[in-house]
Ligand binder design. Structure first.
Ligand code: FES
Length: 114
Protein backbone atom coordinates (compact mmCIF):
# COMPACT_ATOMS: atom_id res chain seq x y z
CA UNK A 1 0.00 0.00 0.00
CA UNK A 2 1.41 3.38 -0.88
CA UNK A 3 0.76 6.49 1.18
CA UNK A 4 -1.99 7.69 -1.16
CA UNK A 5 -4.06 4.51 -0.92
CA UNK A 6 -6.83 4.53 1.61
CA UNK A 7 -7.24 1.29 3.48
CA UNK A 8 -10.70 0.43 4.77
CA UNK A 9 -11.40 -2.17 7.44
CA UNK A 10 -14.72 -4.00 7.30
CA UNK A 11 -16.30 -4.23 10.74
CA UNK A 12 -19.76 -5.67 10.14
CA UNK A 13 -23.23 -5.03 8.79
CA UNK A 14 -25.19 -1.82 9.15
CA UNK A 15 -28.13 -3.92 10.36
CA UNK A 16 -26.04 -5.26 13.25
CA UNK A 17 -25.88 -1.81 14.86
CA UNK A 18 -29.03 -1.05 16.86
CA UNK A 19 -30.87 2.17 16.06
CA UNK A 20 -30.08 4.79 18.74
CA UNK A 21 -27.40 2.45 20.01
CA UNK A 22 -23.89 1.30 19.33
CA UNK A 23 -21.79 -1.72 18.58
CA UNK A 24 -18.25 -2.13 19.87
CA UNK A 25 -15.44 -3.09 17.49
CA UNK A 26 -12.05 -4.28 18.65
CA UNK A 27 -9.16 -2.77 16.68
CA UNK A 28 -5.41 -2.35 17.06
CA UNK A 29 -6.24 1.07 18.55
CA UNK A 30 -8.56 -0.42 21.16
CA UNK A 31 -12.32 -0.38 21.21
CA UNK A 32 -14.16 1.72 18.65
CA UNK A 33 -17.88 2.34 19.10
CA UNK A 34 -20.00 2.48 15.95
CA UNK A 35 -23.20 4.44 16.62
CA UNK A 36 -26.43 4.49 14.65
CA UNK A 37 -28.72 7.49 15.09
CA UNK A 38 -32.50 7.49 14.70
CA UNK A 39 -32.12 8.97 11.20
CA UNK A 40 -29.82 6.09 10.21
CA UNK A 41 -26.60 8.13 10.35
CA UNK A 42 -23.54 6.17 11.42
CA UNK A 43 -20.54 7.47 13.35
CA UNK A 44 -17.45 5.86 14.85
CA UNK A 45 -15.60 7.12 17.91
CA UNK A 46 -13.04 5.69 20.27
CA UNK A 47 -15.11 4.04 22.99
CA UNK A 48 -13.72 6.28 25.74
CA UNK A 49 -15.32 9.42 27.03
CA UNK A 50 -12.92 12.42 26.97
CA UNK A 51 -13.86 13.12 30.59
CA UNK A 52 -12.80 10.00 32.52
CA UNK A 53 -12.90 7.23 29.94
CA UNK A 54 -16.52 6.13 30.29
CA UNK A 55 -17.82 3.61 27.72
CA UNK A 56 -19.64 5.82 25.23
CA UNK A 57 -21.11 2.73 23.53
CA UNK A 58 -23.30 2.31 26.63
CA UNK A 59 -24.55 5.89 26.51
CA UNK A 60 -27.86 7.25 25.27
CA UNK A 61 -27.87 8.28 21.61
CA UNK A 62 -29.97 11.35 20.77
CA UNK A 63 -29.84 13.41 17.62
CA UNK A 64 -26.21 13.18 16.48
CA UNK A 65 -24.91 13.00 20.03
CA UNK A 66 -24.37 10.52 22.85
CA UNK A 67 -24.67 11.09 26.58
CA UNK A 68 -21.93 9.35 28.52
CA UNK A 69 -23.33 6.85 31.04
CA UNK A 70 -20.94 7.91 33.80
CA UNK A 71 -21.34 11.67 34.32
CA UNK A 72 -23.68 12.74 31.52
CA UNK A 73 -21.29 14.64 29.30
CA UNK A 74 -22.77 14.97 25.82
CA UNK A 75 -20.41 14.10 22.98
CA UNK A 76 -21.04 15.23 19.40
CA UNK A 77 -20.81 12.06 17.32
CA UNK A 78 -19.74 13.91 14.18
CA UNK A 79 -16.67 15.46 15.82
CA UNK A 80 -16.03 13.54 19.06
CA UNK A 81 -16.09 16.84 20.96
CA UNK A 82 -17.82 17.44 24.25
CA UNK A 83 -20.66 19.92 23.93
CA UNK A 84 -21.78 22.75 26.19
CA UNK A 85 -19.44 23.89 28.91
CA UNK A 86 -17.52 20.61 28.97
CA UNK A 87 -14.19 20.52 27.16
CA UNK A 88 -12.58 17.47 25.61
CA UNK A 89 -12.53 15.38 22.48
CA UNK A 90 -12.44 11.69 21.73
CA UNK A 91 -11.04 10.62 18.35
CA UNK A 92 -13.57 10.21 15.57
CA UNK A 93 -12.91 7.58 12.89
CA UNK A 94 -14.14 8.18 9.33
CA UNK A 95 -16.36 5.40 8.03
CA UNK A 96 -18.13 4.43 4.84
CA UNK A 97 -20.92 2.03 3.95
CA UNK A 98 -20.90 -0.23 0.91
CA UNK A 99 -23.53 -2.87 0.20
CA UNK A 100 -24.81 -2.69 3.75
CA UNK A 101 -21.37 -3.25 5.26
CA UNK A 102 -19.50 -0.76 7.46
CA UNK A 103 -15.86 0.08 6.83
CA UNK A 104 -13.58 2.11 9.11
CA UNK A 105 -10.67 4.22 7.93
CA UNK A 106 -7.65 2.00 8.53
CA UNK A 107 -5.21 4.92 8.42
CA UNK A 108 -7.09 6.73 11.19
CA UNK A 109 -7.03 3.58 13.32
CA UNK A 110 -3.31 3.06 12.70
CA UNK A 111 -2.64 6.69 13.67
CA UNK A 112 -4.67 6.22 16.85
CA UNK A 113 -2.72 3.06 17.72
CA UNK A 114 0.67 4.72 17.20
S1 FES B 1 -16.50 9.65 32.00
FE1 FES B 1 -17.96 10.39 30.58
S2 FES B 1 -18.87 12.07 31.56
FE2 FES B 1 -17.39 11.36 32.97
Amino acid sequence: MNAMTKEWIEVGAVDDVPVRGARRVHTQAGEIAVFKCADGSLFALRNRCPHKGGPLSEGIVHGHGVTCPLHNWVIDLSTGEATGADKGCTPQIPLKVEDGRIFLDGAAIAKLAA
